[in-house]
Design a binder for this molecule. Structure first.
Ligand code: CO
Ligand code: CO
Length: 316
């Protein structure tokens, strides 16, 4: 893709960030993002909610507030229109919860259904959170548990229990709005959301862009219930292997780190949580505020260290 250069473009595509940010004036910058994918669950309303929460997340990952959104739909002839209606209702309900207006969209005929949103938000130009400015000494907080790709694979294979399904869905439909609000005003140096490239893929982008290394505590990773068991059975999505191929060479794993934890760290997430680097003096406040404002699992999962030979060091 040709590089775009403009003094008003605060965040472009160079740093693989979550969304583009364009400065309109001293108070306001536009946040622009688009995302869509194939169904992760059978229920169309739930799929709509998940896809929308995932699309909106990239605005939150920039520290922004979504304002307007548009549907992107691919839909086959052979499915009933009520299915599409349910998908769009799920998306609209999430947009409303986000405080954004769903104002239109575009659909094309396609063999496999696909859904997502193009979202426009705003952020104060000085409060933009990017993925390439992590500060040495800061701690890393992850605001949702890992294992969603693994659980979705188990759900597709009809291996997950009702409770496991419910827990996965609840995690995926949760807007990252609440985590961002919980962290408002705290000293955050960098932020991204954990999605398709998995925890380590997105953490790697943060390390590279920030010219630092990250130390990850493998025994502190929040894990969605059931995911560890399925990973141990080899129920691991294809994407986890491509994530590992992509960044594995730049990651050092201490002896004794459990294999299933590594699988979880490479597992591609759908509508995953925020990964933030935060000043160590604000960690306690952040954890208190996250427990008051969110109801999924979160944890301090590592620390930013000065740039070493590898981008990421996974500790026992
Ligand atoms: Co993102
Ligand atoms: Co995205």
């Amino acid at each position: 893709m040709p590089r775009m250069k403009d003094e008003r473009l605060i965040v472009g595509s160079d740093t693989s960030d979550d969304a583009a940010v364009y400065k309109l004036n001293e108070e306001t910058a536009l946040v622009q993002t688009v995302d869509f994918f194939t169904p992760v669950v059978d229920d169309p309303y739930t799929f709509g909610q998940i896809a929308a929460a995932n699309s909106l997340s990239d605005v939150y990952a920039m520290g922004g507030q979504p304002l307007v959104a548009m549907n992107i739909v691919c839909f086959p002839d052979c499915l009933k229109l009520e299915v599409l209606e349910q998908i769009l209702k799920g998306g609209a309900d999430k947009a409303i919860e986000a405080g954004a207006l769903l104002v239109g969209g575009h659909s094309v005929k396609d063999e496999e259904p696909k859904y997502g949103l193009s979202v426009t938000g705003i952020v104060h130009p000085e409060k933009v959170l990017v993925n390439s400015t992590a500060r040495v000494g800061d701690y890393l907080i992850l605001t949702k548990p890992l294992g969603l790709g693994i659980l979705n694979t188990a759900i597709k294979a009809d291996m997950a229990s009702k409770d496991q399904y419910d827990a996965a869905v609840k995690t995926m439909v949760t807007l990252n709005k609440y985590a961002l609000e919980a962290l408002d005003g705290l000293n955050i140096s960098s932020c991204t959301d954990v999605t398709g490239f998995g925890f380590l893929g997105h953490a790697h982008e943060m390390a590279e862009g920030s010219e630092v290394s990250l130390e990850i505590y493998s025994d502190r990773i929040p894990i969605i219930e059931g995911a560890e068991g399925f990973a141990g059975m080899g129920i691991i999505p294809e994407g986890a292997y491509s994530n590992k191929n992509h960044v594995g060479g730049d990651i050092e794993v201490e002896e004794g780190v459990e294999e299933v934890i590594l699988d979880l760290l490479y597992d591609p997430q759908t509508s995953g949580g925020l990964l933030v680097a935060i000043d160590k003096n604000d960690v306690e406040k952040a954890l208190e505020s996250l427990s008051a404002n969110t109801d999924n699992e979160f944890a301090v999962v590592g620390q930013v260290i000065s740039k070493g030979e590898k981008a990421i060091y996974i500790k026992k």
